[in-house]
Each structure stands twice: as structure tokens, then as C-alpha cells.
Design a protein around this ligand. Structure first.
Ligand code: PMP
Length: 434
């Protein structure tokens, strides 16, 4: 075996050679060298159960995706200005997972690029860059996407909301302003109506509304029933477009549906897709209605050198095929339900767990003190201890007190049982006593 560089050497090279704003997970960072299915392996050969990675959607290094990429890479990889069947097959297979109205695909390389393009479509449609977005939302690392990402512009190093963005409160029924699930959808949607009415009174307009269907950076917050239907109604009546950011939640993770917006019974004008679509290969897509596509095609070409290249399309086709043929949506639903049940049992035993929520294999549990104050220190302790025990978890939410579970979709019942057994052990430790 070749000698491996020491952790310190890797860290110091990284600090010197890579962008200074880059962070690394854990105080003692992991040196991961291999992935397989729902597992990651470090340099010493230790195995970790990965409950974080919704990019390795069908499993780390899934052999069929690897094979599809390798096969296509050996034959041809070029841009979209030649005719090629792989991109057409992939576009048709992707569109077949979406409602009929969403039929035109623009291929890109990341979630950020997808949302950047979607925002340009809104501006083209409406003639304004003004947008409505949600509190603690994240939509990408480009200029326009940061402008609609409260999580970024409101956080460290941010400049606050730019004038073209209006932020709506996070529709959180656990600790938010409106907590009655029966009326929360309407109550939270009313903020969109108010912003739109105010804008109309001032002679301003909004080009659109962007949101995820379960809020990821917000802390795994499912939208209350009826929320998107109401907001979409207001935005469309005002002449704007509705974007569903499916970068985290899409491609079957919800278990019951391919796409998160379907949980709310709405059809967006534009859907943006990223992370899971290429199983780790850089691949994103913007799918829109023919009307939006026609409006955007105003004479200026949208060309993307790598977007839609044959190798990326082969990766994406393999992902869709594996989700179908391995029954991964069904697994997301069954295993997700089992895991929610087990987490609720833990919540009954440990009042530190105030809420268990989510859909399919996109779950979260929130740690709070008896007065509902966020328990961030126990959340960090839990994450760090679970890593020592061989489980990778992440925390998020505005107070960093929500544990997120969004594993590769091959995560199974035994994994769910093992994860919750160890969570039970750590929740019993002194640092988690309240
Ligand atoms: N939208 C959401 C909801 C995301 O979570 C992310 C990435 N975390 C993005 C967009 C941006 O995607 P990318 O990092 O691929 O550019």
C-alpha cells in the first residue's frame, strides 16, 4: 500500500492552496477515500454510515452509474451543438417524471446554475428582477442566486437583503409565528399577498417566487398544507412565475412522488434540479413550460459548454433508471416511515427531541429545551459523538439545532434501526440531559 499523507499535511496544504472561505466538517476532519452504497470509508478503512449525502442519490459509486459514465466517456463527450441521442433520451426520460406542463429542459452543471437561469427566465418574463423568496433559503453561489438566498446575505459576510428581494417568513409550524397546522398554510401565504399588494401600491412588481418544497437550510421544514397553492395563486395573479427548487428534495427522495412540489398539489412554471441528478457527477437541469421557454428564447442564445454533455446525460439516465429498477422511491417511503417511527419513539423517551418531521428520506429532528429554546450545543454534541461511533449526520436550521437525515436512497431498515440505537445511546449521555 502507498503511504498516506498525515492529516496535518493535508490540512495545511488545503489551507494554503484552496480558497480561504472553504470550511471542513468536524474538528478532526475525515479523510475519506472510498464510497459504496450508503457507506463512506476513511483512510484507515473505517466505515461510516452516511445519513447526509443526498448527492450520492442512488448510492455512492453505484456500479451502473459508474459504468454508464465510463462507457460514454470512452466514446464521446462533446457539447450540445451536434446532434446526439443521449441528451434527447435523457430529456425525454426526465420530462416523463414531471407533469405534462413541464416539458422543456435546459441542461446545466449545478444547482446554482439552474437557479441562476431560472431567475433570468423570471426577469425575461416579467421585465423585473424583483423576487420573493423564503427566510433561511439557499439557492446557490452565483450573484443572482445569493441575492435570493437569505441564508447567505443575512449570514456572516453578507450585505443584507438587496433592494430587489423581499423575504417571506419561514412557514414553520413548530417554532414559527403560526403553529396551527390547519390554518398555517393560509396564514403564512398571506405574507406573500401583503408584499404583492404593497408592491402594487408602490407601482413595483415581482418577477416571481422561489422556494424549496421542504426547506433544507431552514431545518427540514415541510410546507404547511395549501401554502404553495395560495402563494402561487397570488404570484401568478400579479404576473410572476413560480420556481420550485428541487435541488435537495427531488428525483424520488420524497418516496410518494418524484418531486417535492407534488406534495403541495401544485405545478410550478420552472423546476430546478441539481445534486441527485448525476449521483455526484456535476449535472443540473431547468425544466419549464413551453411558454416560459419561448419567452426566454428572445434572440440571445443560452449556451452552456458543459451543460448537456453526453457523459453527464449518461450519468443522469443511469440515475433515473436505477431509481426505477431498484424501487428506490418505494424504499424511501418505507424506510423513511420506519425511521420516523423510530425517531418518534426516541422523542417520547427524550424530551430534548421536540419535533420529528419530513417526508420519504428527507427527515429532520429538532432539539429544544422545555421552553422551545433551540438546543444547539446538544445538537453539535450529538453530531460529533455519532461521528465517533461511525455515523455521519449534519445540523442546520437558523439556530443549528436540527439534525438532518437525507441519506443515499439505498439506506435500509437495518440502517434505520442501527442509527436510532446509537442515537438512543448518545441521547442518554450527560451532555444531552436537560
Ligand atoms: N438550491 C438548494 C436548495 C441547495 O441546497 C443548493 C446547494 N446546497 C443549491 C441550490 C446550489 O447547488 P450547487 O451547490 O450545486 O450549485
Amino acid at each position: 500500500a502507498t503511504a498516506q499523507p498525515a492529516l496535518e499535511t493535508l490540512l495545511s496544504t488545503r489551507r494554503r492552496a484552496l480558497g480561504y472561505s472553504l470550511s471542513v466538517s468536524y474538528q478532526q476532519p475525515l479523510h475519506i477515500v472510498r464510497g459504496a452504497g450508503q457507506y463512506l470509508y476513511d483512510v484507515s478503512g473505517r466505515r461510516y454510515l452516511d445519513t447526509v449525502n443526498n448527492v450520492a442519490h442512488v448510492g455512492h459509486q453505484h456500479p451502473r452509474v459508474v459504468e454508464a459514465v465510463a462507457r460514454q466517456a470512452a466514446v464521446l463527450n462533446t457539447n450540445t451543438r451536434y446532434l446526439h441521442e443521449e441528451i434527447l433520451r435523457f430529456a425525454e426520460e426526465l420530462v416523463a417524471t414531471l407533469p405534462r406542463e413541464l416539458s422543456v429542459v435546459h441542461f446545466v452543471n449545478s444547482g446554482s446554475e439552474a437557479n441562476e437561469l431560472a431567475l433570468r427566465m423570471c426577469e425575461n418574463w416579467s421585465g423585473t428582477r424583483n423576487m420573493l423568496a423564503l427566510e433561511v433559503g439557499y439557492h446557490g453561489n452565483t450573484g443572482r442566486t445569493i441575492d435570493v438566498s437569505h441564508y447567505k446575505f443575512n449570514g456572516n459576510g453578507g450585505q443584507g437583503a438587496p433592494p430587489q428581494t423581499r423575504i417571506l417568513p419561514m412557514p414553520d409550524v413548530f417554532r414559527g409565528r403560526h403553529r396551527n397546522p390547519a390554518t398555517a398554510g393560509r396564514d403564512y401565504a398571506a405574507y406573500a399577498r401583503q408584499e404583492i399588494e404593497r408592491a402594487e401600491g408602490e407601482g413595483r412588481r415581482f418577477g416571481g417566487f422561489i422556494a424549496e418544497s421542504i426547506l433544507s437550510c431552514g431545518g427540514q421544514i415541510p410546507l404547511p398544507e395549501g401554502y404553495l397553492r395560495e402563494v402561487y395563486g397570488y404570484v401568478r395573479a400579479h404576473g410572476g412565475l413560480c420556481i420550485s427548487d428541487e435541488v435537495q428534495v427531488g428525483v424520488g427522495r420524497m418516496g410518494t412522488h418524484w418531486w417535492g412540489f407534488e406534495l403541495q398539489g401544485v405545478i410550478p412554471d420552472i423546476v430546478t434540479i441539481g445534486k441527485p441528478l448525476g449521483n455526484g457527477h456535476p449535472l443540473g437541469a431547468v425544466v419549464c413550460t413551453p411558454e416560459v421557454a419561448a419567452n426566454f428564447a428572445n434572440g440571445m442564445e443560452y449556451f452552456n459548454t458543459f451543460g448537456g454533455n453526453a457523459v453527464s446525460c449518461a450519468a443522469g439516465r443511469a440515475v433515473l433508471r436505477v431509481v426505477r429498477e431498484e424501487g428506490l422511491m418505494e424504499n424511501a417511503q418505507a424506510t423513511g416511515q420506519l425511521l420516523q417511527t423510530l425517531l418518534r419513539q426516541l422523542a417520547a423517551e427524550f424530551p430534548l427531541i421536540g419535533d420529528v418531521r419530513g417526508q420519504g428520506l428527507f427527515l429532520g429532528f429538532e432539539l429544544v429545551y422545555p421552553d422551545l429554546a433551540p438546543a444547539a450545543a446538544p445538537a453539535k454534541y450529538l453530531k460529533d459523538r455519532m461521528r465517533e461511533l461511525g455515523f455521519l449526520l449534519s445540523t442546520d436550521g437558523p439556530d443549528d439545532n436540527v439534525l438532518k437525515i437525507k441519506p443515499p436512497l439505498c439506506f435500509n431498515a437495518a440502517n434505520a434501526a442501527q442509527l436510532t440505537d446509537y442515537l438512543q445511546k448518545v441521547l442518554g449521555e450527560d451532555a444531552c440531559k436537560i
